[in-house]
Design a protein around this ligand. Structure first.
Ligand SMILES: NC(=O)C1=CN([C@@H]2O[C@H](COP(=O)(O)OP(=O)(O)OC[C@H]3O[C@@H](n4cnc5c(N)ncnc54)[C@H](OP(=O)(O)O)[C@@H]3O)[C@@H](O)[C@H]2O)C=CC1
Ligand SMILES: O=C(O)C1=N[C@H](C(=O)O)C[C@H](O)C1
Length: 247
């Protein structure tokens, strides 16, 4: 099975390449902003897609629209770990998923995949007029997007459990009073912290916190490679990490 990595020179992409090799799979090449023919690194996503069964994309939202077109045209699978998309990128992903298999996960870690399901359950069971929901995420100083993709995914699952859409209740600007039923977000950026997320639900009489801490970025790379192996040859559509780790 031939795997390509978009963002191969990055923090996560480098580790994904190592995991592909150590799983005995064929690392067909990579995509970055600078080509490097000696290491099969190209700048054109069509060139990468032409030699891959699946591409693991851990690059940048700026690359997503072009990647979507190229991968859909070539018919290769697309595992998306990138976060921080705008509306155009979201649309491009949905369109691509009508033509190719797309597995999208803001977080490839097994524990976090479980946490998403727990968030959905808590949303369904703990009433939003009694339990205030806050999501706190902490990452390294190089991270560009906030809230993190994982924080937004936790919020979306909690909102789903509550029977509302996250966009209607998300609060990222914390000036003024918190809204009724709001899901609040807070972000910290410091040092080399790999990734920490907490969902905190607080009533007048108790508090429950679900927390996840990734202390080795390899947990994401391993999940991404498992996802790529699973996705190869699947029908077109949208998939997520519950296919790999259950929930
Ligand atoms: N799903 C998950 O479990 C995880 C997701 N992530 C997400 O993965 C993404 C990458 O994170 P990280 O590795 O830390 O980031 P880095 O900045 O370290 O790496 C980004 C990579 O993408 C490439 N790149 C950037 N812009 C473009 C572009 N316009 N076209 C093609 N390639 C581009 C860079 O190439 P160059 O070197 O040439 O600049 C580099 O290889 C982020 O969105 C992050 O949130 C991160 C960790 C876990
Ligand atoms: O940029 C990162 O590093 C991470 N990004 C993902 C996110 O935005 O949720 C996942 C992980 O927490 C690390």
């Amino acid at each position: 099975m031939r795997i390509g990595i978009a963002g191969i020179t990055g923090r996560l992409g480098t580790l994904c390449a190592e995991e592909v090799r150590s799983a005995g799979l064929d690392l067909a090449g990579g995509l970055a902003r600078q080509s490097d023919p000696q290491h099969h690194i190209v700048t054109d996503p069509s060139e990468l897609a032409a030699c891959c069964d699946v591409v693991i994309d851990v690059s940048s939202p700026a690359a997503t629209v072009a990647n979507a077109r190229a991968f859909a045209q070539a018919g290769c699978g697309w595992v998306i770990g990138t976060t921080g998309f705008d509306e155009a990128a979201e649309q491009a992903i949905l369109e691509a998923a009508t033509q190719i298999p797309v597995l999208r996960a803001a977080n490839f870690a097994p524990g976090l995949t479980m946490l998403l399901d727990l968030a959905r359950q808590l949303g369904a069971k703990l009433p939003s007029d009694e339990y205030d929901a806050e999501i706190l995420e902490t990452h390294h100083r190089q991270k560009r997007d906030a809230p993190s993709g994982t924080a937004l995914a936790i919020g979306a699952c909690l909102a789903e459990g509550r029977g509302v859409a996250l966009k209607d209740v998300a609060e990222t600007d914390r000036s003024g009073l918190r809204g009724e039923g709001a899901i609040g977000f807070a972000s910290l950026r410091a040092g080399q912290i790999v990734g920490e997320h907490s969902l905190i639900l607080t009533s007048g009489t108790e508090q429950i916190t679900l927390s996840h801490r990734a202390f080795d970025r390899r947990v994401f790379a391993q999940g991404a490679v498992k996802a790529a192996r699973w996705l190869a040859g699947k029908p077109a559509g949208c998939y997520d990490m519950t296919e790999i780790f259950g929930a």
